[in-house]
Each structure stands twice: as C-alpha cells, then as structure tokens.
Ligand binder design. Sequence first.
Ligand SMILES: [Zn+2]
Length: 546
Amino acid sequence: MSPTSLHPWKTPGTWQHALPAFGAVAATLLLLSVLGHDGRRIAQVMALALPVLAWLTWPVRSPAMHALRCAVVWLCAMAFALDAVTRAFLLDAYQAAPKSSLVQSAAANTNARETNEYLSMHWRSLVLWCGALAAAGWVFGRCVRHGARHASPLSPWFIAGLALIVLLGTVAHLSKPWRRLHPVVYWSDWSRSVIALRSGWADQERERQVLMERARAAQPTIAREGPATLVLVISDSINRDNLSLYGYGRATTPRLRAHKALLGDDMLVMRNAWSADASTIPSLRNMFHFGLPPDQQPHHVLALARAAGYKIWWMSNHDDVAIEQQHARLADVVEIVNRTPGRAGASLDGELLDCVQEALEDPAERKLIVVHLMGAHPHYSLRFPVGANPFDDHIDPIEEGLEREGRSRWVRRFRQEYDSALLYHDFVVAETLQLARQSRPAEGYKAWMYLSDHGQEVGHGGNFAGHSPTTASGYRIPAIIWRNRLTGPNPEGVERRPFRADWAGWTITNLLDVRWHGDDTDRNVLAPGYRWQPPNLPVEVPSFEE
Ligand SMILES: [Zn+2]
C-alpha cells in the first residue's frame, strides 16, 4: 500500500503527510514507556525522545539525508523502546527495577546456571516482550520512510508544536535527573555500576572468608545442650519515645503491651536503649562487630554463630547491596522480599512473616533467624497499609502538645504518619514474637530480641522530621529481649540499665550461648558484671539513665 493511497487528501512528502508517521512512532513509544516507566518518568522519557522523532516532520530533500534520517530516527526510537521493554520485562518477571540489587547482582554474577534458571522461569514473559519489541521495530521501520521530503507552507500550530517539543527536549537534556533516564546515559551508567559491583564483590567475598576463618580460629562452642532458636528482629528508624510500651500517649503498641502484660519479667523492655549511630550502615556494622573498630579485627556475630554450629537465616525488606554483602551473605539462607533499591519502596514489613514462619519450621537444631525490617524509615506513609492512619481524624493531647511547642503543621502531619507506621510495626514485631513463642519443639530453648538501628526525629527536639545525628531523638531506640528459659535470675533492675546498640553483639552471642576465645561479658547488658560506658555521641545527652 503506498502512502498516497493511505492519505489521498495530503500531498505526499509534505509535513502534513509526515505527521501521522511521527504520531505513530510517538504513540508506540508512549505505549511502551507506560509499561516500563511510571509516573512523571514517562513524560521525562518522552521529552527526551520526541525531538529526534519530530525530525520526521522537517523536510529534507537529498536522498542521502533522507536515508540518514531514517536510520537515526529508527535507532533512536529502538533505543528508547528497548529500554522500556527491558524495564517492563524486569517489572513483569521480578517486580524489580534495573538498578535494584537483585537485577544488578544477577547481571554482575556470571554464573551461567543462574542465568539459565532465570530465563527458564520467565521464558514466556521474555518471548512476549521480545515480540513487543519486534512489533515496535516493524512499526518504526514502516513510519520512518514517510518523513517529510519537500517544503510546503508551515501552519502556526505546527511551528508552535515543534518549538514546544524542541524546548522540552532541551530542558530534558539539560536537567541532570531527566538526562539520566536517557537510555544511552542510563544503561552506560548501569553497566559501570555492575562492573564496579563485580569488582567490589570479589573483595567482599574475600572479606567474608576472612571473617569465617577468624571465627573458626576462635573455636566457638555452644554452651547449651539441645535445640535453640534465636529470632533477632532489627528494625529501622524507631524512636522509643513514640511507643506506648515506653509510655507514649498514643496507643502505638497495643500488641507488644499485651505480650508484656502476659510475659512479665521474661520479656525485658530495656527502658534506656541507645544507638551509637544515627544511620543504618554504620549502626549495623557496629551491631555485628561488637562495637569494635576495624583495626581491632573484630569478629562478626554471624560468622561466630555459624562456626559454632548455628544455621542462619537473613530475611530482609531492605534492598541494599552493602548490607547484603557485609552481613546477609554470611547467612546460610538469604531472603530479600523487597526489590526496589534504596528505601523508597512500598513493600510492607508484614511480607516477611511467612519467611519467619518457614524458618522456624526448619528441622535444624540450632537456628539464628535475622529479620531486617524497614520499620518506620521515611517516607512514613509508605510504612503502613493505605488508609490505616487512626491518628489523623481528631485532635488529641499529642497534637495539642506539638502545637503548643510551635511544631509546624507538616511536622505534626509527619508525626501522625510516623505513629501510624509504628502501629503497623507493632503488629509485625509482635507477630514475630508470637511465632517465636509458638515454635517447636515446645521444650527447646527459644529467645527473641528486637531493637532499632537508630532513632528518628519527629518534632521532639526540633521542628523537623527524619534521621537526626544532631538531636537525641536520632539515638533513642527501643530494645526488647524475651527468653522462654533463664539460666539464672535477671540481674537487679536490668530493664533500667542503659543499653547500647553497638554493644548488641555481646548480648546476641549471650542469647545464643556462644562462647569463644576472647569472649567478654563486660558489655553484655544481661550479665551480672555489665559495665556501662556512655557512647560518644555528637549531641549533648543530659542523662543516659532516665
Ligand atoms: Zn536506618
């Protein structure tokens, strides 16, 4: 079918005639972009692509130029289409973005078996998306041949439209966050980070081997007969001042309070718990390395536990390459349910509960189950189910108090969302405790420990919300310990003892009953000989024991 017979009312080769071809290319690309990108990124990607596509409407006379234009527009459209289709495939098959650690680790991993596994699991999806790409390539191929060839009077609408496309395209190319979405920029950046990841891993893998060797050399043993299970729940950004278990005015922890009422002294609520760090990576490093600096060549808690004979699980709602490499990969089983890099994902912590249940049912005799929650990490509104905010419908004493202290409306609003996140968090944390308590064998030793990596400022010591190295709220964390069986009575007033998250390793190994050369009880908050030293925080804290 010739173009003339398609549009007999237009003179072939004019811009009017080229418009439908341009429209078809743009519409095809838009369709694919909607499948592969979300929200305003669709508009940003289209703004980057359109100027080249719009070249189709600008008359070129020479046959050589026409051929060149065909090639350039086709290649450009295909680059954007390939980008969109790849993203759509990854979303479809793995619910993951290209820069998630799942995808990047898979790409950095040259293991052929794994690649085959991925492909055999998702070949239908792969065939479908390759088909979509081929169809787009065919449409583009048909359309680029119908670019404008000779001049005809330009309408003001046409000029305005073209100017707008060029203007938007210029803005898109000048703006760094927009430009980053250009397929050429994005994927060259992506491959650079995959290469960096691969070379970084070699070191991390070696680092883990060193940790395991160091652990074995310390000859750790388990000083307890029979089955033993510890569930270690590490949360993120929880400020104990907002937990009703710690006396907060809003009922944010009904389930944990019910557990405490039932369990009494078997469930220790550490009233004066502090983190020594205000962000995740350093806090976790300290937690698992006994709060000792790297130059002292400290052990890793997981390496010691594994060398002593524990089977270890690491299950997480964080997609974080560093944490995965530095800690999680020391475990026997690693399950990461959230595949959106960083902490902007909306995967709820409750997704992990099935994994906890499965691990508890595993027949291994000695189990350490690490559960890494997103807790109440910003954005708070992503940390609870949509609509589950009971604190925003009326003015309560907390709201009045914040108002009296002159906290802005948006901080008060954040506080409501934060508290709602804690209410959902209460459900998840209490559920892990419940699962640990119910686990079999009923007569085996069971323990559960919960703590946060650091605190959070939500209008307590400043008129802002977020991670806070500069106010005490950034370090005021909860820490709770439950055991079904005590070896002796709890030390006098143990719940009032100040506790440091960076010393948690000493308490965790105590709960695991792991002993090794170099073991020390000075820093184990449960030990009779515990010797408190305040952490060196960059903020003035009047008292660590309130
Ligand atoms: Zn954190």
